[in-house]
Design a binder for this molecule. Structure first.
Ligand SMILES: Nc1ncnc2c1ncn2[C@@H]1O[C@H](COP(=O)(O)OP(=O)(O)O)[C@@H](O)[C@H]1O
Ligand SMILES: [Mg+2]
Length: 359
């Protein structure tokens, strides 16, 4: 459906999109996720035709559209700041693009009512934006986009201005909308939770390059590099510098902080400096002295259903995700164990050299 082939973008001499290859299939909900400044908005604006493409191919439904003007692409875009026309009603805002095209009044009314029903705005059609909540305004902005019946809808951080409860609700509504419209969606966010909860396919961006793309749980279980490993998942994966030495068929891993572990079936890993990745949910508090290492508890954060326990130094903290009622307090000595099969190994450059064996 949409293909980016070696796409590049420069602002002056600054290369902000560094040759990306991305495929989004027909009907997919794709999320481009990455930290602020990594090039998400630039990429989306290039797809929409609001920014030029300096190199590579942008292909929509098999046709190269690099030089097709924005209004001829059949693409709609919803921005983070959804400037609605304040003097127009909800119905007039949603129908505005059709009025511009001189569509007959009765036809506009019919289409606006259809869109309003999908977006649950039927009772608000005669209100002005000032009399709506944030979530309702965002739905009007979406209505303005979908009334054009685009085959591709682009969203640039559309939920960032909403409070957290409303964000959760809108996440569910956007998924429902995607199912009903059967349109292809490209959704941009810096929030990995939005990416994980909504996407069929996630594209993780880092400094203008694609760090990895795939299904949400594939990225969680099989990150190809330390960037993706620590970006996807919350609390984030712990990464601990270790020294690897061969002992028979096993790899002996030891860290400066006293963590030691034997990893079997890792005969192809070279000896020397490696980085061990272990998610907070894969660290367990072991019966006294039985774990891979002992540490003093620093911070205990109780969220109700689960508790996050931080051990180690403030510079190199290690976070454990435990039961809500776990009986630990700051200052306690605990013994921690990690299943070696659930651990990832990265080389010094952050490339995975041994993915987790269990999931
Ligand atoms: N018009 C511009 N001129 C120069 N640099 C820009 C321009 N727009 C964006 N940038 C730079 O390009 C990079 C990517 O920006 P952007 O796509 O907005 O990132 P994101 O949306 O991921 O936060 C940033 O380093 C930003 O400073
Ligand atoms: Mg942006």
């Amino acid at each position: 459906m949409i293909n980016l082939k070696n796409v590049r973008k420069f602002y002056g001499s600054l290369e902000v999109i560094k040759g990306v290859d991305i495929t989004v299939n027909d009907g997919e909900f794709a999320v481009f996720v990455g930290p602020s400044g990594c090039g998400k908005s630039t990429l989306l604006r290039m797809i929409a035709g609001l920014e030029g493409i300096d190199d590579g191919d942008l292909i929509l439904n098999g046709q190269r559209i690099n030089d097709v003007p924005p209004d001829k692409r059949g693409i709609a875009m919803v921005f983070q700041s959804y400037a609605l026309y304040p003097h127009m009603t909800v119905a007039e805002n949603i129908g505005f693009s059709l009025s511009l095209k001189k569509v007959p009044e009765a036809e506009i009314r019919k289409q606006v009512e259809g869109v309003a029903e999908i977006l649950q705005l039927t009772d608000y059609l005669n209100r002005r934006p000032a009399a709506l909540s944030g979530g309702q305004r965002q739905r009007v902005a979406i209505g303005r986009a979908i009334i054009k019946k685009p085959s591709l809808i682009l969203f640039d951080e559309p939920l960032s201005n909403l409070d957290s409860a409303l964000r959760v609700q809108m996440r569910a509504e956007l998924q429902r909308l995607h199912r009903e419209l059967k349109a292809t969606v490209v959704y941009v966010t810096h929030d990995q939770v939005e990416a994980m909860t909504m996407a069929d396919r996630i594209v993780v961006l880092n400094k203008g390059t694609v760090a990895q793309q795939g299904a949400p749980m594939d990225l969680y279980h099989k990150p190809e590099n330390e960037f993706v490993a620590t970006f996807i998942g919350s609390p984030k994966m712990n990464v601990i510098p270790m020294t690897a030495t061969r002992q028979g068929g096993n790899l002996r891993l030891e860290s400066a902080i006293g963590l030691a572990m034997d990893m079997s079936g890792a005969a192809d890993i070279p000896q020397g400096e490696v980085r061990l990745g272990v998610r907070p949910e894969h660290l367990k508090i072991a019966a006294d002295g039985q774990g891979n290492f002992n540490a003093e508890v620093g911070i205990v954060e109780r969220l109700g259903v689960e508790t996050y326990i931080t051990v180690g130094t403030t510079k190199d903290p290690i976070v454990i995700r435990s039961d809500g009622d776990v009986a630990v307090r700051p200052g306690d000595r605990v013994s921690l164990s990690a299943d070696p099969a659930a651990c990832h190994l990265f080389d010094a450059s952050g490339r995975v050299i041994r993915p987790a064996q269990a999931s």
